[in-house]
Design a protein around this ligand. Structure first.
Ligand code: HEM
Length: 408
């Protein structure tokens, strides 16, 4: 593997477009961490993949050098305007982020919990009643969409549009299908515009409603946020929490289906679930394609990276770095440094939805364990492409915890 200081950028040292199984991408990341920790890929118009924990953290903690405003994801580059908070660098980023954080405080997240519980309970009842079905279609994908709609205060009709459009958007993005990305992007922009107009007419409590919070926010000069960026931000917020949770839930289901002993251990002690969720987030980190570009030419692990070249932060690989996490491919409860994982990123762009995500994953796993006596895989697992990593179809056969009514 070449490690010269000025490598030709045509080297194809990592190819995320090859078919993957549930485990194969992680085998490839282990190889890259050992042999080529900053690897160039020719896929998606070319990018660098940074796979070691320390390098990923170094980039995240230097937002002055490594910015998001040129490229923030691989594949893809926004052709439809800037969408805060991800697309802005600090300090311009700060007011958007503060406004979103305000609507995600502890009290707000706690207030959403009962709704999340009842949505999860109902979806799980329907899923288990089917006996055998796709876990992601029936449960893991609709749950975050419904929880999100609670948080954003969407009507049922808006929730339906959001869910349909977000699914089409993610599929088109992964297929690198720019035309379909643009169509879905326009629909999301329309929904965002509708929401902004509604909240302008009847503002809600900014501690509760993210759109109202953004409408009240001011830029660094004390003026209202510029209209175009405000619209871009609401559009970004609309989809940002819908992609990762289904993939993590799918990974958890696959892992537990393959490890019946652990499934039983967690079922018999639900107090272990929060820590298990955290370890699952480390082990099955759903992103490998969030990106930065350098402001100046930089050297990383002996590679020369030019300004403007996309640098993918392979969070999924960093979280299995053997120099940080002992036996990184094993699921272990009680890891002393578990909270160091980078599943939610770090630095100014660290996930705004961490408490909401944790709550949702905990409730999802609890309901899966409570409502089943056991579950197992009953079909092929379909994997996502970049920027995500993880399953997008997981067929499960379940045994209900309670006797199923006759005829079902
Ligand atoms: C399993 C669930 C989730 C995971 C693993 C996850 C992961 C991430 C990661 C890694 C980033 C940082 C991107 C970067 O470094 O460029 C991010 C950003 C973000 N996430 Fe999440 N996320 C999840 C769920 C959610 C939810 C439920 C919300 C709901 C509000 C949310 C809102 C956001 C926002 C607003 C940003 C942009 C932050 C900024 O640029 O300042 N996420 N997320």
């Amino acid at each position: 593997m070449s490690q010269q200081s000025t490598p030709p950028n045509t080297a194809n040292e990592y190819d995320p477009t090859l078919p993957e199984t549930f485990d194969s991408a992680h085998e490839e990341f282990a190889r890259l961490r050992a042999q080529c920790p900053v690897a160039h890929s020719n896929a998606f118009e070319g990018f660098w993949a940074v796979t070691r924990y320390d390098d990923v953290l170094h980039i995240l903690m230097d937002p002055q050098m490594y910015i998001t405003s040129v490229r923030n994801v691989v594949p893809g580059a926004s052709k439809t305007g800037r969408r805060p908070p991800l697309h802005l660098n600090p300090p311009e980023h700060t007011p958007y982020r503060r406004a979103i954080d305000r609507a995600l405080g502890g009290a707000r997240v706690a207030a959403i919990e009962p709704a999340t519980r009842s949505i999860a309970r109902e979806l799980m009842q329907k899923f288990v009643a089917l006996g055998e079905a796709d876990f992601i279609d029936e449960f893991a994908s609709p749950l975050p969409a419904h929880v999100f709609s609670q948080w954003m205060g969407l009507t049922q009709a808006q929730t339906d549009v959001l869910w349909r459009t977000a699914k089409a958007y993610v599929k088109a993005w992964e297929a690198f299908d720019r035309e379909s990305v643009a169509v879905a992007g326009d629909q999301l922009a329309k929904l965002a515009a509708e929401l902004i107009a509604e909240r302008r007419r009847s503002p809600r409590d900014p501690q509760v409603d993210p759109t109202s919070s953004l409408l009240e926010a001011q830029d660094l000069d004390g003026r209202p946020l510029p209209e175009e960026l405000l619209a871009g931000c609401v559009r970004q917020v609309l989809v940002v929490g819908l992609v990762a949770p289904p993939i993590v839930m799918g990974s958890i289901a696959v892992h537990l289906a393959r490890d019946q002993k652990l499934q039983e251990q967690l079922r018999s002690d639900l107090g272990l679930v929060p820590e298990a969720v955290e370890e699952f987030l480390r082990l099955y980190t759903p992103y490998r394609g969030f990106a930065r570009t350098a402001r100046e030419t930089v050297q990383l692990q002996g590679r020369t990276i030019q300004p403007g070249e996309a640098i993918a932060l392979v969070y999924a690989s960093a979280n299995r770095d053997e120099s940080v996490f002992e036996a990184p491919s094993e699921f272990r409860l009680g890891r002393p440094n578990l909270r160091q994982h980078l599943a939610f990123g770090r630095g100014p762009h660290m996930c705004a939805g961490v408490p909401l995500a944790r709550q949702q994953l905990r409730i999802a796993l609890e309901e899966l364990l409570i409502q089943t006596r056991s579950f197992e895989l009953s079909g092929e697992i379909k994997m996502s492409g970049m920027p995500e990593i993880g399953p997008i179809a997981v067929r499960l056969r379940t045994t209900s915890a309670s006797p199923r009514p006759s005829g079902v």
